[in-house]
Design a binder for this molecule. Structure first.
Ligand SMILES: NC(=O)c1ccc[n+]([C@@H]2O[C@H](COP(=O)([O-])OP(=O)(O)OC[C@H]3O[C@@H](n4cnc5c(N)ncnc54)[C@H](O)[C@@H]3O)[C@@H](O)[C@H]2O)c1
Length: 347
């Protein structure tokens, strides 16, 4: 594995005023850090701290507010004089979305519709939306990688709640010509800041690399693989894992694109390479040096067997050039972050 020193890109482009919803969460806090270090943008973070953490927000102004408080949100958007909104705030536990779908349609779809309405009303005309590969569902046919214009058929309410928000954005942009959006469909986001300052703090996480890292760090006694009878080479699900810092950089490129007058569009954010659950577990065991216990359980509802991005469009149109496309590095940063947290808790 190559050790890469933290990348500091040259500050570039205009400085704009950005509202970042969900900026205290895992991905949002990494974007705030990246923008704080590598841009002159003025940042305001809005978060209800339901799954986020105040101390993960290293830059900008912080407002604690809930997106369901429509009057308050409208006032914040009106008075903030923002040029752009980057909308991360959402609920995102797939199994929970199956048992409690209304939570997902309210928080992810209704609250997003309201935020878009306020943006249009107050002429905040650049909107970057966190969508997900879960909008694709199960890929049919020979070509396993999904393209932005492929058939969309979410397998769970989480994916559907995001697809509905995408539709709202598209319809709103058709009706309001000045309003432009970029939808970024994230594949599986993982890892921690390369300099180790922040990482994923999500409680009771269900995402694979976080769970592997916690188990390797001794925070869990064992971990589970949900299903080993999928139609994949080793029987476990295949996903496209993207390092959180590369994903954040996609937002910087999307913002540049909108600032330069780019048209509304949708982009996959992945590396275009899939790894099975077993391969990820083996990688985590190797980089951590901990042969932790893994048990097999039955499949979970709503998990497609393989989801891999065709990531050509974001490279070609936005000029996105990822730096950390390396599963060892992703696992290592995730593991080291867990160890650092474990040490901090025992100190
Ligand atoms: N983590 C992934 O692998 C992944 C993959 C695809 C898409 N996404 C999307 O990326 C975005 C960020 O995900 P994350 O992993 O950082 O999750 P996260 O839970 O760490 O962050 C979400 C943030 O939004 C805040 N929030 C939630 N509901 C809110 C509300 N009603 N009002 C105000 N704040 C609210 C939470 O407190 C939290 O800080 C989400 O939209 C998610 O759907 C994530």
């Amino acid at each position: 594995m190559t050790i890469i020193s933290p990348l500091k890109r040259e500050k570039k482009g205009v400085s704009v005023k950005i509202l970042i919803t969900g900026g205290a969460g895992y991905i949002g806090s990494h974007l705030v850090k990246q923008l704080g270090e590598e841009s002159d943008h003025e940042i305001t973070v809005l978060d209800n701290l339901s799954t986020g953490f105040r101390d993960s927000v290293l830059y900008g102004e912080f407002i604690q507010a809930d997106l369901s408080d429509f009057d308050k949100i409208d006032k914040i958007v009106k008075e903030g004089n923002f040029d752009a909104v980057i909308h991360f705030a959402a609920s995102l536990v797939v199994p929970e979305s199956v048992t409690d779908p209304l939570k997902y349609y309210l928080n992810n779809t209704a609250n997003t519709a309201n935020l878009i309405r306020s943006c249009i009303k107050h002429k905040v005309n650049r909107f970057i939306f966190s969508s997900t590969a879960a909008v694709y569902g199960e890929k049919k046919g020979e070509e396993i990688k999904v393209k932005e214009n492929d058939y969309l058929s979410p397998l769970n309410p989480y994916g559907m709640s995001k697809l509905m928000s995408e539709t709202i954005l598209k319809d709103a942009a058709k009706a309001h010509k000045d309003f432009k959006f970029v939808i970024l469909r994230y594949f599986n986001v993982a890892g921690a800041a390369i300099d180790g300052k922040i990482g994923q703090k999500t409680k009771d996480s269900t995402v694979l690399i976080k769970v592997c890292a916690e188990t390797a760090a001794g925070k869990r006694d064992r971990m589970y693989i949900f299903g080993n009878d999928y139609p994949t080479p080793d029987g476990t699900c295949i996903r496209d894992y993207i390092h959180v810092e590369d994903l954040c950089y996609a937002h910087t490129k999307a913002l540049e694109y909108l600032n330069e007058g780019g048209e509304s569009d949708v982009f996959n954010c992945g590396y275009g390479r899939g790894y099975s659950v077993k391969e990820v577990v083996d990688t985590m065991k190797r980089v951590s040096g901990n042969d932790f216990e893994v048990r097999i359980k039955e499949r979970r509802a709503g998990d497609p067997s393989a989801v891999i991005a065709n990531a050509n469009k974001i490279r070609n149109v936005l000029g996105w050039n990822p730096r950390y496309n390396d599963l060892d590095l992703i696992c290592k940063t995730a593991y080291e972050w867990e160890m650092k947290n474990a040490l901090a808790m025992s100190a």
